[in-house]
Ligand binder design. Sequence first.
Ligand SMILES: NC(=O)c1ccc[n+]([C@@H]2O[C@H](COP(=O)([O-])OP(=O)(O)OC[C@H]3O[C@@H](n4cnc5c(N)ncnc54)[C@H](O)[C@@H]3O)[C@@H](O)[C@H]2O)c1
Length: 349
Amino acid sequence: MKKTYGIVLIGCGHIGESHIEDIYYRDGIRIVGVVDLVEEQAQAFARKYGALSYGTDYRPYLTREDVDIVIIATYAGSHFAILKDCLAAGKHVLCEKPMTAANFHDAHRFYELVKASGPKVLIAHVLRHNQTYHHAAKLIQEGAIGDIRLIRMAQNHHTLEPKRYQSLLHDCPPIVDCGVHYIDVIRWFTGLSITSIAGVGTAIHTKPPIYDHGILTMTLSNGASAYYEAGWSKSMASENLKEFIGTRGRIRITLKENRLFDREEGDLLEYYFAEEGVYHTINIPSKYKNMWAQLLTLIEMVETDREGSPTLDEAYEAFCIALLGDRAIRENRTISVPSSLADFSTVLS
Ligand SMILES: NC(=O)c1ccc[n+]([C@@H]2O[C@H](COP(=O)([O-])OP(=O)(O)OC[C@H]3O[C@@H](n4cnc5c(N)ncnc54)[C@H](O)[C@@H]3O)[C@@H](O)[C@H]2O)c1
């Protein structure tokens, strides 16, 4: 790292805490300020993580020369307005996914603005910085399970904080909010495109048109199938399924907190090699949300002018496909996914 970076965190909630707790004590990092609309929340974070100041308005921080990087960890609907202010002030940005609320117009403006901006912007797809996911990606890309034929993924939350989820649901259904991660994972792991998307959504505790549970079904460019299920409900059990099935076997990721045994060994990658009928157990002591590695990726972008992971195009594409999934559910039809980024404007405008 070429210098000490002054950081401001905007949004002292659930994911804001995951960011700050992993970075506040690191060499080369100075937490200049923490901001939340709820002053007590910002104050509590400042005390706990030794921030030099706190406030309810981020704007005064943008004029300070000792601020280099802003972490945007507020709700999706506010990301674009805050991003615009940060870039106008010349600050680099680590912005939580999804890029914006479920609204293509804003997402497109976000994309165009970042493309044209001098300061660097990384969209926080934290799985891109997770060692277990990297290991699984490598095995699949090396052909360990042959040609991918089926991807099964579910990420349901038994919600014990209804207020937080109401705010998130106001901006995006769960298949968009969490779905952007897993649409990106499909593309990253397989190198295949998603060619069509359909789905169903249901309102368990919400009132339509807002739906708090959805299932996306997707066809990949080699003809394989994938599905992704996401729901936030006090009635549902939490569930985390990530399984990749190919012509020669399968790989399943089980996070360490979901392991029945040997949790201390870390995440479990279960790799079944069908041709020999052999199971391989790979333990990976990986951090689920590696916010430090993610921030270092942004710092590397700043220092070397490299692209981030995901690249802006990859994050934008994942978001656009999630929006198409939302539309497919609302209109009860299967939608073809454009093969070029430019064509999303035609389909989604
Ligand atoms: N990458 C991940 O794994 C992951 C996980 C959870 C949430 N998220 C994303 O993070 C974002 C926030 O979600 P959360 O679960 O942390 O919500 P949260 O309710 O826990 O926290 C959001 C905080 O932002 C504050 N806030 C809202 N608008 C603000 C503004 N304009 N200025 C300052 N503070 C403001 C709220 O008061 C609240 O404290 C969402 O975009 C969500 O999709 C990402």
